[in-house]
Design a protein around this ligand. Structure first.
Ligand code: GLA
Length: 388
């Protein structure tokens, strides 16, 4: 990969002397969905697929971005003196947003840089290609400009800040946090209220994590996502009138049941119920995993899907078809939608000996029902973003 990137870099920018080589992963969330902006827990892990970058400082004030995945954009050029989101920049608004966010946080670049990237995270699949690119840019800036005071948590926060403020998606912290702090063969049990986290080993000796890409992405994803956030905020303010809490993640299921009467709007009640129950499921799931109770972990994944489908309403027909097929396939420990929703991927835990049949049976049935193929990836859990 390094050679491919460096050859392109030299072709575009003269040579590849003194150029750094970097990698930033994608992520999959095992459980704890739509809890990260509700002060709840999440349980994602970094993948071994991700985004590679070759970068070098320039001596003028220009920044150049080139993607080997989206070559039709050519070299996107911007200036440090005009850090604004421009539709014509396309994908390059993500790295540019990080440069802007660094400046907002008092880490201003004195000169520009050249960056060439290539990635193998399927675009728009819900495996965080944008967070991967944001954190990659953060790691590169820290290395090129010697910002040694920034931790990997800072880089996650800066990535999220750039996505919220520069690219207009009001996402939580989960994706950037997982990408920045991933650890091989471990998932990250993160409390999003405090950013306290611990690594939990995911050693599934007799099973594999299989991601299935529905290859659908329904429009309005961002607006539907922002609507869900707003509904949770509205539910929280009503609940606060009868109970002393800061976030929905502060409520146990019993405490929620005791005060849910203030939510007269059934939609708000369903949204809050999901946020509360999903947080409790995530806590229980991590305990089950630690106790080696993979069967319980799988049951909780299945319950998570039902809650996301029926109460949070972020699933869609194609994803429900994939999950139903998985539930009816032998050797499946658990299966659910993963990520923001409205398309994208499912995550399933499948017994080793059942993986081949899982892929062929579900692949065939899905194509028959939906009219196009799904993609399957048997994934490994990898390390977080870094200089190679
Ligand atoms: C997207 C967001 C995350 C999180 C998930 C849902 O991936 O970027 O912050 O909210 O959706 O769990």
């Amino acid at each position: 990969m390094k050679e491919k990137l460096f050859t392109k870099f030299a072709e575009l920018f003269g040579d590849a002397e003194n150029t750094g080589f970097y990698f930033s992963p994608g992520r999959v969330n095992l459980i704890g969905e739509h809890t990260d902006y509700n002060g709840g827990h999440v349980f994602p892990c970094a993948l071994t697929i991700g985004t590679y970058g070759a970068a070098r400082k320039r001596s003028d004030r220009l920044v150049h971005f080139y993607s080997m995945n989206l070559e039709n954009f050519g070299v996107v050029e911007a200036s440090l003196d005009d850090l604004t989101n421009q539709a014509a920049y396309g994908w390059a608004n993500y790295p540019l947003g990080v440069v802007w966010a660094f400046a907002q946080k008092d880490h201003t670049l004195d000169t520009g840089f050249d960056l060439v990237i290539w990635g193998n995270i399927p675009n728009g699949s819900g495996l965080s290609s944008s967070a991967s690119l944001e954190v990659l840019t953060g790691v590169i800036l820290c290395d090129l400009y010697q910002f040694s005071d920034l931790s990997s948590i800072d880089l996650a926060l800066i990535g999220q800040y750039s996505e919220n403020q520069f690219n207009g998606c009001n996402c939580g912290i989960m994706d950037q946090f997982a990408v920045a702090n991933g650890k091989k063969d471990h998932a990250i049990f993160l409390d999003t209220a405090t950013l306290h986290y611990e690594y939990a080993p995911v050693v599934l000796s007799d099973s594999k994590i299989v991601i299935t890409n529905s290859k659908v992405k329904h429009s309005l994803v961002d607006s539907a996502y922002n609507d869900r956030r707003q509904e949770c905020t509205d539910a929280l303010s009503l609940l606060k009138t009868v109970t002393d809490i800061q976030t929905l993640g502060d409520l146990s299921i019993e405490a929620f049941e005791a005060c849910q009467h203030v939510l007269s709007d059934p939609v708000l009640k369903k949204r809050a119920k999901h946020a509360v129950a999903e947080n409790q499921r995530t806590i229980e799931a991590v305990a089950a995993l630690k106790a080696n109770d993979i069967v319980r972990f799988g049951e909780l994944m299945n319950q998570s899907h039902l809650s996301l489908r029926d109460d949070y309403e972020v699933s869609c027909e194609e994803i429900d078809i994939l999950v139903d097929l998985a539930w009816n396939t032998p050797g499946v420990v658990g299966s659910r939608i993963t990520g923001g929703g409205f398309g994208g991927c499912t995550v399933s835990i499948v017994k080793n000996e059942a993986v081949e049949n899982f892929i062929s049976t579900i692949g065939e049935a899905y194509q028959k029902k939906v009219g196009h193929k799904a993609d399957f990836y048997t994934v490994e859990i990898g390390d977080g973003a870094r200089k190679m």
